[in-house]
Ligand binder design. Structure first.
Ligand code: NAP
Length: 304
């Protein structure tokens, strides 16, 4: 087998994937890409190739992707401006001989009625990968349990209140660790060509139910203030979150827009996240982790 490439290997998803691959494969079969490969010194010292790649600089990509057979393309962070980056990555991979591209997408990416604007980038990327001539595997991830246990629960516990526009819509929160394990199973296994997996956790909960769980575990109250989309925009405005992707400062402190987050909430409210699958277990052989288990792990970081 040729080499396995992981893009964005210094990010949260990429780093975890790289670690799991190093535990499972010969290091000389692994190539980890980053705009900052110097941050991958721990992987390089174990014998993996750590190469510079910037999707905004197509000239950096042919050498980075040389020798690859399978590649994990982890979606870059800026919703609304990343399809061109993904297009450059896919074109370079195929030109370098990569035969299978796996991609981290989002749940319901292929459902036209889904109002979450995050799905537009993901669907466009899925289609360009499917058209590239490479085999593909898409991971349509539900909302990460880590995003709820950390960035959502921590301010909610600190302030005692969580403004929210998701209504009673349910989410099959999935652990990012389970999504990483699923990606590793595909990158190292067979039989996954031209397949889309919907990755969810074991239980569907609403945001008020998730915050009630955090409240129970922390022993502190959280009031979920259920607001409409306009009030949600106003709340993000008050925090200085850019409204639109085009207003995001590259590599600035807030890499997302309120357009993204408010329409994400709308999609939850309308039921697009209210589904559970057995795909994590089918891919990894392990039952997916619960939101409670992920929150227990985050508890030491929560406000006292
Ligand atoms: N489903 C959910 O609930 C959920 C929650 C959070 C995140 N996500 C999505 O999951 C994905 C991964 O999340 P994460 O937490 O791992 O994000 P992250 O830590 O910000 O990683 C994003 C990666 O994108 C790479 N990247 C950014 N610009 C690039 C460029 N110009 N060229 C090449 N690579 C570039 C970065 O690689 P280098 O810095 O190494 O170059 C970085 O490793 C993101 O798309 C994020 O939006 C989904």
């Amino acid at each position: 087998m040729g080499k396995i490439i992981v893009c964005g290997a210094s990010g949260a998803f990429g780093r975890a994937t790289a670690q799991a691959l190093l535990a499972r494969c010969a290091a000389e079969d692994l190539v980890f890409l980053s705009r900052t490969p110097e941050r991958l010194g721990d992987f390089a010292s174990r014998g993996a190739a750590c190469r510079h790649a910037d999707f905004d600089d197509p000239a950096s990509l042919p050498a980075a992707m040389a020798g690859g057979e399978r590649m994990l393309l982890i979606s870059t962070a800026r919703v609304g401006t990343r399809v061109g980056q993904h297009r450059n990555a896919v074109a370079a991979a195929v030109a370098a001989g990569v035969r299978h591209i796996a991609y981290t997408s989002v749940i319901a990416a292929d459902e036209p009625g889904n109002p979450a604007i995050v799905k537009d980038d993901h669907r466009a990327t899925e289609l360009l990968i499917a058209d590239s001539g490479a085999e593909w595997t898409f991971f349509r991830d539900s909302q990460y349990a880590e995003a709820v246990a950390g960035p959502m629960a921590i301010p909610a516990l600190a302030m005692g209140v969580k403004p929210d526009n998701c209504g009673e819509g349910k989410v099959g929160f999935v652990s990012r660790a389970d999504c990483v394990a699923s990606a590793v199973a595909v990158l190292t296994g067979t039989g996954h060509a031209n397949t889309a997996y919907t990755l969810t956790g074991p239980q569907a909960l609403s945001i008020p139910e998730a915050m009630a769980l955090a409240s129970e575990l922390a022993g502190k109250p959280i009031v979920v203030d259920q607001v409409d989309d306009e009030a949600m925009f106003a709340y993000f405005d008050s925090l200085g979150v850019p409204r639109h992707a085009s207003d995001i400062v590259p590599d600035g402190p807030i890499p997302w827009s309120s357009d993204d987050m408010v329409t994400f909430g709308q999609a939850i409210r309308e039921g697009y996240f209210a589904r559970l699958t057995d795909h994590v277990e089918r891919l990894t052989g392990q039952a997916p982790r619960s939101l409670r288990a992920v929150m227990e792990e985050f508890r030491p970081q929560w406000p006292a």
